[in-house]
Design a protein around this ligand. Structure first.
Ligand SMILES: NC(=O)c1ccc[n+]([C@@H]2O[C@H](COP(=O)([O-])OP(=O)(O)OC[C@H]3O[C@@H](n4cnc5c(N)ncnc54)[C@H](O)[C@@H]3O)[C@@H](O)[C@H]2O)c1
Length: 342
């Protein structure tokens, strides 16, 4: 059975991907410093999959501990989720973001090359297209200038990985550019559990719905979109998780150094107001909201052309907008305060 190292595997997308990996027969080792997650997510993943995950509680900034993981285990491939991800916080703390995200990735690459582990799936983002790109985004667009230090770490990491590949190290990289992951596993056992005030729309809606927050603030009602609110390409996290399995399988068939980027989105944009209305419609729970002034750095609308992922990886989305809403609500209503502190 193939063994995969999943960095940041206790987090939101990581835990859903670990569940998919276990169900698909992979052995999984997670390394996570739990700076933005709970060990409980993996306990629940193990219960759902009826299989064990090996957990290493460490930061990727600790090169020696990371190397120790490669000494203990013979990995076939790595999926790299670990990093800081809050756009607003990255503007306040750019140094922390550049340091954590870049040094973690450099340490990981050093270990991979040292131990001849060549296959890497990297968590990138639609933010790498920058601010002036035409929609829908296609992978042949150049990397842009992202609107935040967080986004810039993704641009820089993609560039670094491309250069490591170009230097004939044997590295094979699939960079998966996520659009807007939402939803939760259908079991309602795992989901998005942000620390503090949620940065993203869906957990904010879910916390208003469950009574944890009073009101949703919608940033900007005067964008050049149909209803004036921003439009995004929301993708179910379980579809996103599947994309990683497809990427791993595809990398497994490759025999030369390569770098390929793939968009993972549904290709259908929904407005913020549209998402609020969909949540109310599919869950029957009302959401109190205000439209307030725009937030710096938000683009009016973007969505994915994911035809490359379909053609090359054989990946496509199966979950609907209704699934995304119902699954979010199942998770949040079963776990009003997220994961318990155990
Ligand atoms: N959620 C999104 O909307 C989105 C969109 C595009 C890209 N991404 C990227 O996908 C990845 C996963 O995102 P997520 O939403 O699951 O975030 P998350 O915060 O839930 O998961 C990240 C995990 O990495 C861990 N971590 C952070 N720094 C670490 C370090 N130095 N060493 C070890 N572990 C560390 C955290 O504890 C957490 O468990 C991130 O790289 C993120 O930038 C997320």
């Amino acid at each position: 059975m193939k063994k995969v190292l999943v960095t940041g595997g206790a987090g939101y997308i990581g835990s859903h991907t670990v569940l998919s990996l276990l169900k698909d027969g992979y052995n999984v080792v997670v390394i996570d410093d739990l700076s933005n997650s709970s060990r409980e997510s993996l306990t629940r993943v193990e219960a759902l999959a009826q299989r064990k995950v090996e957990f290493i509680h460490a930061s990727l900034l600790d090169y020696d501990k990371l190397c120790a993981a490669f000494t203990t285990h013979q990995f076939d491939s790595v999926i790299h989720f670990a990093g800081l991800k809050a756009v607003g916080e990255s503007i306040e703390k750019p140094l922390e973001y550049y340091y954590t995200n870049l040094v973690s990735t450099l340490n990981l690459c050093q270990c991979m090359l040292k131990f001849s582990v060549n296959k890497l799936v990297f968590s990138s983002s639609a933010t790498v297209y920058g601010q002036g790109a035409s929609v829908p985004y296609t992978e042949d667009l150049p990397l842009g200038r992202a609107a935040s230090p967080y986004g810039q770490t993704k641009v820089m990491i993609e560039q670094i990985l491309q250069e490591i590949v170009a230097s004939k190290t044997g590295l094979q990289v699939a960079s998966l550019r996520y659009f807007n992951p939402i939803g939760a596993d259908i079991s309602g056992q795992i989901g998005e559990d942000p620390l503090g005030i949620p940065n993203n729309l869906m957990p904010f809606i879910a916390q208003v719905a469950v009574g944890k927050r009073d009101k949703l603030a919608i940033f900007g009602g005067d964008y050049p979109t149909e209803d004036g609110t921003c439009e995004r390409d929301y993708i179910h996290v379980s579809d996103l998780a599947k994309g990683h399995i497809k990427a791993l399988k595809w990398l497994g068939e490759q025999h030369h150094s390569l770098y390929e980027a793939f968009n993972l989105g549904t290709g259908t944009p929904y407005s913020v107001l549209g998402i609020v209305k969909a949540f109310i419609e599919y869950t029957g729970v009302d959401i109190n909201f205000d439209i307030v002034k725009r937030r710096d750095g938000d683009l009016a609308a973007f969505w994915a052309d994911s035809s490359k992922a379909k053609a090359i990886l054989g990946w496509q989305c199966k979950y609907t907008l209704a699934d995304m809403m119902k699954d979010t609500w199942r998770w949040q209503s079963n776990n009003p305060n997220g994961y318990p502190n155990v």
